[in-house]
Design a protein around this ligand. Structure first.
Ligand SMILES: Cc1cc2nc3c(=O)[nH]c(=O)nc-3n(C[C@H](O)[C@H](O)[C@H](O)COP(=O)(O)OP(=O)(O)OC[C@H]3O[C@@H](n4cnc5c(N)ncnc54)[C@H](O)[C@@H]3O)c2cc1C
Length: 466
């Protein structure tokens, strides 16, 4: 128990709130991966994570031929592929353990020969060959000849009345917390939102002996079924889907269904959901201890933007060799578009080879193209229903860091105005949670990441560049 992060220990001991918001609301963990900052204590330390900042930090400089940012499946595949060129490869991640989202908790071995820099977040990119990192006790300037960006994705949360109550988690967020030690045995959980991640989370919760009451998917059943066409010739994916559905047998799954509101005093007690019936819709109330809800994933592109790489829609733009708009920087995995494990591994290998100047064979390109076809199918099938824009009412909080309500944005035409006049996206998460939501709700394009990319004590910023 003592090795668990403080916030998770507190939740396991029955606490519901981990902090009070600026307007005094009870708040608890949402994202489970360090980006929402809802679990932070008075010193700003994120209590869901194992890291604890030291009072003082040392500054150092390191140089490498190839820097890989992100140690999920894409980053590990990339580092392994690049290593074949016998150049120095540095693999960097803000988690202490490699593995990214899918292998969180169990971890993954660093390929032998790759240098590992764990627990270090990118703060800033002073030039296209130089990034500044901060860890618990170090300030590190990394200079590189070439880089591969494998920074993954975050969940998309859509605001609805009551979504800030403790007990409402991200779907991947609850999964990450459970993998980090949150106990859910016997808890009544509802899963809602969109995408295949809901199924993976439901299966994990079942294995950890939670009582999964039902699963609500916003996409129509017919569209989800059409995915079979995209995987019929992919035995691995078919097998994975079959195993998931077998684990979830008996759990009611509703389509074109979503959560209208969450209710409770200081913590979640029940939700009201909208279900489609053969002839129309009906509302029903479900008592539950936890709601795990996420409307798909959003590419994590801040490091790419800080380095000056161009985006295409919301993802890092790459060519067929995974090269970004900056010739010595490559990108792979979810940050170039949501496509899951197979895409991350295929693109990671290709990007690592390209960054290292190794030969690219036709099979590498074919493999990536095949995975991108699947990614396109996922995007079509799980496209968000426009009616989800109506979930938030004028009183619903849209920016959880600053407690900005939807009505506070009336008359504000874009992200910049909303930031300046309503303080949207100005808190510790710097828009990670609210920007994708407001892009969907209001069409605001939040494309202005500023250094530091994550909050950092002032004294850490005082180190001169190394
Ligand atoms: C919360 C969550 C849970 C998921 N669970 C599953 C699952 O159970 N099954 C499944 O098939 N797919 C899951 N996915 C989808 C998952 O993204 C892909 O399947 C796969 O892990 C993508 O690999 P990747 O290498 O592109 O990204 P990731 O695995 O996300 O790895 C990216 C890594 O980059 C690091 N990083 C990002 N920004 C920085 C920075 N500024 N500084 C330092 N490090 C940084 C991240 O911490 C992370 O470790 C999940 C996604 C999310 C967001």
């Amino acid at each position: 128990m003592s090795e668990l992060p403080r916030g998770i220990q507190a939740l396991n001991q029955g606490a519901s709130a981990l902090r009070r918001s600026v307007s005094g609301e009870a708040r608890s963990a949402l994202c489970g991966m360090g980006s929402c900052h809802e679990c932070r204590d008075r010193q700003g330390v994120r209590t869901c994570l194992p890291m604890q900042p030291a009072a003082n930090s040392q500054a150092r400089r390191t140089e490498t031929a190839i820097a890989v940012f992100g140690a999920g499946p894409a980053g590990i595949a990339s580092a392994r592929a690049a290593l074949a060129s016998h150049q120095r490869v540095l693999l960097i991640d803000d988690n202490l353990q490699a593995g990214g989202q899918i292998w969180r908790g169990e971890g993954r071995a660093i390929p032998a020969g790759v240098e590992w820099l764990g627990g270090a977040s990118v703060l800033d990119a002073p030039s296209p060959h130089h990034v500044r990192l901060v860890s618990d006790n170090e300030h590190i300037d990394v200079h590189f000849e070439r880089a591969v960006l494998c920074t993954g994705a975050t969940e998309r949360f859509l605001p609805f009345p009551g979504w800030t109550l403790p007990g409402v988690f991200g779907a991947g967020g609850l999964q990450a917390l459970v993998k980090s030690g949150l106990a859910v045995a016997g808890k009544r959980v509802v899963l809602a939102g969109s995408g295949p991640l809901l199924l993976a989370v439901a299966a994990l919760l079942q294995r950890r002996r939670a009582r999964v009451l039902c699963l609500l998917e916003q996409a129509p059943r017919s569209r989800v079924r059409s995915l079979i066409g995209a995987v019929w010739n992919r035995p691995g994916k078919l097998l994975q889907a079959g195993q998931l559905f077998a684990t979830l047998r008996g759990i009611p799954r509703h389509h074109e269904a979503w959560v209208l509101r969450a209710e409770g005093r200081e913590r979640l007690e029940s939700i009201t959901v909208r279900l489609s019936t053969g002839s129309g819709t009906r509302e029903t109330r479900i008592e539950c201890d936890a709601l795990a809800i996420g409307y798909g994933l959003v590419p994590r592109v801040r490091v790419a933007q800080a380095l000056g790489c161009e985006l295409a829609d919301d993802r890092v733009r790459v060519d067929e060799r995974q090269t970004t708009s900056i010739g010595h920087i490559f990108a792979a995995g979810e940050c170039t578009g949501i496509g899951g494990l197979g895409k991350a591994l295929a693109e990671g290998e290709l990007a690592g080879r390209a960054a290292a100047g190794l030969a690219i064979e036709a099979r590498h390109l074919r493999h990536v193209r095949q995975e991108q076809v699947f990614a396109d199918a996922l995007a079509r099938v799980y496209a968000l229903d426009p009616r989800l824009r109506e979930l938030a009412d004028p009183d619903t909080i849209v920016c959880r860091c600053e407690d900005v309500r939807l009505r506070d944005l009336d008359g504000l035409v874009d992200w910049r105005e909303a930031r300046l006049q309503a303080r949207v996206g100005m808190g510790p998460c710097q828009g990670t949670v609210c920007a994708p939501a407001l892009e969907f709700l209001r069409g605001y394009a939040a494309r202005d990441p500023r250094a530091p990319l994550s909050p950092v004590p002032l004294e850490r910023l005082s180190h001169p560049p190394q």
